[in-house]
Design a protein around this ligand. Structure first.
Ligand code: BDR
Ligand code: CA
Length: 303
């Protein structure tokens, strides 16, 4: 089993990534850290706790960073709503956040199991950068970082930048220059994985708690994606979990990634330079059929 730590800004597509990770027999979730991104930290933490509580996900949940390293905080309230996860309604929950800081949890977990832990950030990279700054061994001792963020082409929040990188470019720059083995799931591949109404119908016609949460969340998310992104929802964050489950689903190429932190028009852009020696792999294509079949099987009710 691959040991993973999710670092999420839950978020509609983060929620599906969490559901998929919990439903994969190949992945062991050591913990989940919530970070500010799609909404403020209190909200992304609340969403993460609600989701885990309602699905019986036992992994501990931690509080990550409330603000980016340097820039002003930005959130994606239009796309993900006022709560950051508009749509599903949750009852009172029992699950509470752990008292340990999320960043400390990341550092300790990596040091305790050197060469075994994958970090899976699907929000801004603030926590990962801070963990690397807290202990410089983190970058060399992680098994890998499989992240959602960036784009070799256009952005989705500015013409140049993808949201997760734009929300903390300085953190992204630290992570991409750390020397850690990274897989970048950027818009180049994630925009091709689209959850359209027939697919939603197919997935949610079967019974199960995870499927019913997905259905309620897509009622909101489909409308906001159509209105603000001009397309049906792309499964950005779930691509990280699909890759960890079965890397052969994706075509990747080695590239050095530089993050623009100075340009006023290009702030947060990820620039890819082909480099066969690079430890960063950029995903460029996914086997759609295998992706959807994995998603469907991961949502099976195991309760
Ligand atoms: C990324 O931004 C967020 O809104 C999504 O959850 C995803 O992680 C896509 O650009
Ligand atoms: Ca996200």
């Amino acid at each position: 089993m691959k040991k993973i730590i999710l670092d999420v800004d839950t978020g509609h597509d983060d929620a599906i990534a969490i559901e998929m990770a919990a439903g994969s027999s190949d992945l062991e979730i050591l913990g989940i850290v919530a970070v500010s991104g799609n909404q403020t930290l209190d909200k992304t933490l609340e969403n993460t706790l609600n989701l885990c509580d309602s699905l019986g996900i036992k992994a501990p949940v931690f509080r990550g960073s409330e603000f980016p390293l340097i820039r002003q905080r930005v959130v994606a309230g239009k796309i993900h709503g006022e709560t950051g996860f508009d749509g599903p309604v949750f009852g009172p929950r029992k699950k509470q956040a752990e008292s340990q800081r999320g960043v400390d949890f990341i550092v300790n977990s990596v040091l305790e199991a050197p060469g075994e832990v994958y970090l899976v950030p699907t929000g801004p990279l603030t926590d990962i950068a801070l963990a690397m700054r807290l202990d410089s061994r983190v970058a060399s001792l992680v098994k890998g970082i499989v992240l959602m963020g960036g784009s070799l082409g256009k952005g989705n929040v500015t013409p140049s930048a993808e949201f997760n990188i734009y929300a903390d470019p300085e953190a992204a720059s630290i992570v991409f220059s750390s020397g850690a083995p990274i897989v970048m799931m950027g818009l180049d591949v994630t925009l091709s994985v689209v959850l359209d109404p027939p697919r939603i119908q197919q997935i949610t016609s079967k019974p199960g708690k995870a499927r019913s949460i997905l259905k309620a969340s897509m009622e909101f998310y489909t409308q906001s994606c159509l209105r603000y992104a001009g397309s049906y929802p792309a499964m950005h964050d779930p691509c990280t979990i699909a890759y960890l489950h079965d890397p052969s689903m994706f075509s990747v190429k080695p590239m050095r990634i530089e993050v623009e932190t100075k340009g006023s028009l290009t702030y947060g852009r990820t620039v890819g330079i082909e480099d066969s020696q690079s430890r960063t792999l950029v995903a460029c294509k996914v086997d759609q059929q295998r992706f959807w079949s994995f998603l469907d099987s991961a949502l099976e009710d195991r309760a």
